[in-house]
Design a protein around this ligand. Structure first.
Ligand SMILES: Cc1ncc(COP(=O)(O)O)c(C=O)c1O
Length: 429
């Protein structure tokens, strides 16, 4: 087993077991394509953050990045492990508000929140992460109309861009998200002097699928510098510092994802050290992991409909899903690990795995080595917990798959499979 597979993964004779459940039986009961979530892996990944920080930096909050995959069941699972939520839309906020997540642990992001979205957050006392001056203006009006105080964080552009193995420090900050320090400072001042806003802290998120510790350590140093500036220039204290998410995970055996515990421990220690050196109080430390909590927990199960030989080319394996349930290979050239659930032969071959959508680009992977693939076999894809279900679509009027959580041998539905009736339900005739 590697950290690509759910922690409960086991090979059985002619089967694969996850969460104590047989994939063959899950396919028979729930049909395919099927998203399967291993609860034990989520619990372990949540505890990795909460246990470590409880010991080394007890004033913390883990806000799961809901965009990685959200429904009420998943949100309840996070809540039962002491995890909050980062949301980026009214829909995500509404979902989380309908779950057991503690409202004090919800952070609402986004570069263009609508007035309705802002009002929903203010009504429920949700922390808003302010992106720009126009948004702050809208917030002040809505809060005053409602005679309420908005709880405000400010998203900062730290001048760090990181993605997997690429890491640059850049003076030229052109990200659409957040504010440079010099523009954030007067807005923080305006908020802290106001009767409509409570300035709580600052936020930064430097990228995704990051494999290196250095950009995170630089981020802490940059944020502490800004906390010091806010304290010294405005005489305002920063109660919370949110360092975002982006911790990398392994999707294939070629990925060497770092141990996330090492990174967050190093960051927590650095924050304490730098705050002490600058005689600043230790702020609440927030992380927003998405992928590092849920990617490994998810697998997608497909049925092979056909294997098509192509002259002078590896054969195509056609599965009953594809780009509508997992657009990441097409959008980001993301790679995954595949297997056949019950191989009928030891002979191995190399295949192109294609979906069923009406696009030539609907290819999940090329050059995948598998035991001989035959029609009606089940094909499993590992590491699909993050940004698969949440990015899925109804392209070609495809019914989105069901999602099932598995734990200790018991499956339970988190999301029902869509039907053709669901597909036409909003069509006005
Ligand atoms: C603001 C913010 N926080 C957290 C995340 C989560 O990132 P990841 O799933 O890579 O941990 C993202 C992802 O885009 C983000 O934009």
């Amino acid at each position: 087993m590697t950290n690509i597979h759910p922690i409960t993964f086991k090979k059985a004779i002619n089967d694969i077991i996850i969460g104590g459940c047989s994939l063959t039986e899950l396919a028979a009961t729930y049909n395919t394509p099927l998203y399967i979530i291993d609860e034990a892996t989520i619990i372990k990944n949540c505890q990795l953050f909460t246990h470590l920080l409880s010991e080394h930096y007890p004033n913390f909050c883990i806000a799961y990045a809901s965009k990685a995959g959200l429904n009420i069941g998943l949100s309840n699972l996070m809540a039962s492990n002491g995890i909050g939520a980062d949301v980026v839309s009214g829909g995500e906020l509404y979902t989380v508000l309908n779950s057991n997540v503690d409202r004090n642990q919800i952070y609402f992001h986004g570069n263009n929140k609508s007035k309705e979205e802002l009002a929903l957050a203010i009504d429920h006392g949700i922390r808003l992460v302010v992106d720009n001056a126009d948004e702050l203006h809208n917030i002040s009006r809505i809060a005053q109309e409602k005679n309420k105080k908005a709880l405000l964080m400010f998203r900062i552009k730290p001048g760090i861009e990181a993605h997997t193995h690429e890491y640059i420090k850049t003076g030229h900050i052109d990200s659409k998200f957040g504010l440079p320090f010099n523009e954030a400072l007067p807005l923080i001042q305006a908020t802290s002097c106001s009767d409509w806003g409570d300035f709580i802290g600052i936020h930064a998120h430097i990228g995704s699928q990051i494999f290196d510790t250095t950009p995170y350590m630089d981020l802490v140093a940059i944020l502490v510098n800004f906390i010091k500036t806010i304290q010294e220039d405005l005489n305002v204290s920063v109660k919370e510092v949110n360092c975002g998410g982006g911790f990398g995970v392994s999707y294939t055996k070629n990925d060497q994802a770092p141990d996330v515990s090492d990174i967050i421990l190093a960051m927590a220690n650095e924050l304490k050290l730098l705050c002490d050196a600058n005689r600043l109080p230790h702020p609440k430390l927030i992380f927003e992991p998405g992928r590092s909590i849920i990617a490994q927990a998810g697998v997608t199960l497909y049925t092979v409909g056909a294997v098509k030989p192509i002259a002078n080319h590896e054969p195509y394996v056609f599965v009953d899903g594809g780009m509508a349930d997992n657009p990441r290979p097409m959008m980001y050239q993301s790679e995954y690990t595949f297997d056949i659930v019950a191989p009928s032969s030891d002979h191995r071959d190399t295949y192109t795995i294609a979906g069923k959508f009406c696009e030539s680009g609907d290819i999940l992977a090329k050059h995948v080595e598998l035991p001989l693939v035959e029609k009606n076999q089940l094909l499993v894809v590992y590491g699909t917990g993050a940004y698969n279900y949440s990015m899925s679509s109804n392209y070609n009027r495809f019914c989105k798959p069901a999602m099932v959580a598995v734990h200790n041998g018991a499956p339970r539905i988190l999301v029902k499979r869509e039907s053709y009736k669901d597909i036409i339900q909003y069509d006005a005739v």
